[in-house]
Design a protein around this ligand. Structure first.
Ligand SMILES: [Mn+2]
Length: 334
């Protein structure tokens, strides 16, 4: 057994439920969407429905190849009274589930079991049942281990779904969060029939022209503040490229590999401020600590936060972060 205590509690509560809702975090990525689909496939039965919702935001088009994504609805207009169990998958905390998602959480928490399955080290254990494994590279890695504990078979379709989540969060098994266990779970999913070739094509190779145009805008706006490399996605850039915000997701990883940068930040312009996504490539720059200064969190090498206010708030963020990561060496020449 991988999670002896948690697996039993989760099984018992799901067995007693007949109408289940599973919710992803806002601006869902491959791991959160794949977690929803895998959870539904594992626990839906003739006597139990499992409905799926995103905390907020749209589902990336790159995930269209997964069956069932078209049945995932936004959490906005759901009647929470209908459900006798709610699960949050891949959600680090109450903020990460988005405004509609947090309303669902608030309405559910005193009434029905709330299962929280996640791999973020900063998880706030907001559920009534929490299966948190910060050693897992993806929530899909945890789910496969949970299914093994519960003797739930993983068929080829389910293996493709779970592998998509692991590939997405590890950028193709390339992040430092990738462990021997991640590879072992991936091997079992491959043996079960996961279609790795298709996953890699859709997640990492095939992209629309609008994405190229958005990247061109974002990369031409790149700046250094000290040893922090950053750029911004504005509404004008999105409109001109005909792109949506999710198409910018890989840029911050790309920036982090720039020589002379000790951390990278992508700032998404919002009506009242910015959503910030940060990455670092070095162990001595912990971006979850940096973003926690601004009310955010995440992993040591990938984290995010929100800024509200005008350009002075943005600049204060940039300079505060640049000061914190400074090695004392001269900053690269602009
Ligand atoms: Mn994840």
């Amino acid at each position: 057994m991988h999670y002896p205590a948690e697996s039993k509690v989760i099984r018992d509560s799901i067995e007693q439920a007949s109408c289940v809702l599973a919710v992803s975090h806002s601006n869902p990525d491959a791991d959160s969407i794949a977690s929803l689909l895998a959870f539904q496939r594992a626990f839906q039965s003739e006597s139990r429905s499992v409905e799926l919702a995103t905390g907020s935001g749209t589902i990336p088009e790159t995930l269209d190849f997964l069956d069932g994504t078209d049945e995932i609805v936004p959490a906005d207009h759901l009647r929470v009274e209908k459900y006798d169990l709610v699960a949050f998958l891949d959600c680090a905390d109450e903020e990460r589930v988005g405004e509609p998602g947090s309303q669902i959480l608030n309405q559910a928490i005193d009434r029905v079991p709330v299962i929280n399955i996640d791999h973020h080290v900063t998880n706030s254990r907001f559920g009534t049942m929490n299966l948190i494994d910060a050693k897992a590279a993806a929530t899909c890695e945890i789910l496969q281990l949970l299914f093994e504990d519960l003797s739930i078979q993983t068929d080829a379709n389910q293996a493709t779904v779970l592998m998509s989540g692991i590939q997405g969060d590890t950028l193709g098994l390339r992040t430092p969060s990738t462990t021997g266990r991640t590879l072992e779970v991936s091997a079992r999913l491959l043996d079960a029939g996961a279609d790795l070739d298709t996953i890699v094509d859709y997640l990492f190779r095939i992209r629309p022209y609008s994405t190229l145009r958005l990247w061109a805008h974002a990369l031409s706006a790149v700046e250094f503040t000290g040893e922090l490399i950053w750029t911004e996605i504005t509404t004008e850039m999105l409109d001109d490229a005909g792109a949506d915000e999710s198409e910018a997701e890989g840029i911050v990883n790309f920036l982090a590999g720039t020589r002379g940068a000790r951390a990278a930040a992508m700032l998404y312009r919002k009506p009242d401020g910015w959503r910030v996504s940060m990455r670092s490539l070095t162990d001595d720059v912990d971006v979850s600590q940096l973003t926690s200064l601004f009310g955010g969190g995440g992993h040591s090498r990938a984290a995010g936060c929100s800024l509200s206010g005008d350009v002075s708030v943005r600049d204060e963020f940039l300079h505060t972060v640049a000061d914190r990561i400074s090695t004392g060496k001269p900053a690269p020449v602009d």
